[in-house]
Structure formats: C-alpha cells, structure tokens
Design a protein around this ligand. Structure first.
Ligand SMILES: CSC[C@@H](O)[C@@H](O)C(=O)COP(=O)(O)O
Ligand SMILES: [Zn+2]
Length: 207
C-alpha cells in the first residue's frame, strides 16, 4: 500500500470518529483533540489542528506530525497544543489512536476523586469494553493534576500508564483514552463516559 493511500485512509478514519464524537457534543468551546498513528518507526501520526471547531469537517482538520510532535511538512496549521500527550501515549503503549475530550461528567469525576488520585470501577457490565471479564474484575482510571506546562502534564500522564490503564483523567480538564485502533479507542472512550455519567448520577441520588 502506498504511503499516500495509507494516510488518506487514516485521515478518513479519524474524521469519521471526530464526527461521531461531535454528534455527542463532546467538543465544547473548541476543546478536545484526536490523533491516529500512521507509522511506527519513526513515529508519525495525524493530529487535530489547534483551536478549531471540531464539530466542523474541513480539509484543514488534521496535520501529520513526527516523533517530536512537530509538523512533518510545511503547513500554516498548528498541531494541537496537547500533541505531546498523544506522542507520549504512542511511545508508552501499542495504541493506534488516542482521543481527548472534555465533558461535564469526566470533569466532575476528576474533581470528586482527585484526592484519591484514581477512580476504580467494579460490578459494572461495561468494564467488559476494557476486556475485563472476571466477576470481581476492576477498572482503574488514574487522575493527574492539570499542569499548565504541557510537557509536565504529558510526563504526569505517561507516569500513570501501565498495561491495565486505558485512559487518564486530567483534573477539571478532561480524559485522554486510547486503543489499538480507532474503533477500539472510541469504544473505550464511550465506555468511560458511560461509567462517569453513571457514577455522577449515583452520587447525586445518594446525597
Ligand atoms: C479551548 S479549551 C481547550 C484547550 O485548552 C485544550 O485543553 C484542548 O483540549 C484543545 O486544544 P487544541 O490546541 O485545540 O487541541
Ligand atoms: Zn484539553
């Protein structure tokens, strides 16, 4: 397969995911960023351009960056401010796609559980989306502080990545979740958001 064909297929895959997440209203105020891996060695990935309304579909939505998160070709576009987070995820995992969204539910959970540094889910059918099939299985989502220094933020996220971790919450900011493919990453992101929404509502009902 030629590189151009591979690139246009990945572009289409990411654009479709972006549309689906936009339909869920998961990009308020231009927030959120998405990426998909195009090559492993050296690393190259498509990432959303910074500051755009991610609900719109345009030919300027993504740009190709290399292992240092810098554009691989001359462009007027700026890679997402949070590109380095995606870079660190590709370095530390076998992910093929990484998705970052800000939602009210993920922000509330990140704040309510910040002091514990994580939230652990169990006895929930949807943890099967993370390949956890045991009746007493648990799913842990680490929570890191929202450092303004993005290199520091990326290092804090990278530090919490282990084989059983599929996403990291950033306090009062959002979640970054990843998977081997675009389908896998989106499935996990949707499952996370279901679990966060359930937990928020449960805590409200128990008050
Ligand atoms: C405009 S609020 C969101 C940003 O500060 C950032 O957190 C974000 O998710 C989007 O930044 P971007 O540079 O467009 O990828
Ligand atoms: Zn963000």
């Amino acid at each position: 397969m030629t590189i151009t064909l591979q690139l246009s297929q990945k572009w289409e895959e990411l654009a479709n995911i972006k549309d689906e997440l936009a339909a869920r209203d998961w990009f308020p105020g231009t927030s959120g960023n998405l990426s998909i891996k195009v090559a492993d060695d050296p690393l190259a990935f498509l990432v959303t351009a910074s500051g755009k309304d991610k609900r719109k579909r345009t030919s300027d939505d993504f740009l190709l960056v290399g292992p240092d998160s810098k554009p691989l070709e001359p462009t007027m576009l700026k890679p997402s401010a949070e590109t380095v987070l995606h870079q660190r995820i590709y370095e530390k995992t076998d992910a093929g796609c990484s998705l970052h969204v800000h939602t009210v539910d993920n922000n509330l959970i990140s704040e309510l559980y910040a002091d514990r540094g994580e939230i652990v889910f169990s006895q929930q059918e949807l943890i099967k989306a993370f390949n956890i099939w045991e009746e007493d299985g648990t799913l842990t989502v680490p929570i890191v502080e929202n450092f303004a220094d993005l290199t520091k933020l990326a290092a804090a996220v990278a530090e919490r990545i282990h084989p059983d971790i599929h996403g990291v919450l950033i306090r009062n900011h959002g979640i970054t979740a990843w998977g081997q493919t675009g389908f896998d990453a989106k499935k996990k992101l949707e499952a996370f958001e279901f679990l966060f929404s359930y937990q928020v509502k449960k805590e409200l009902l128990l008050r």
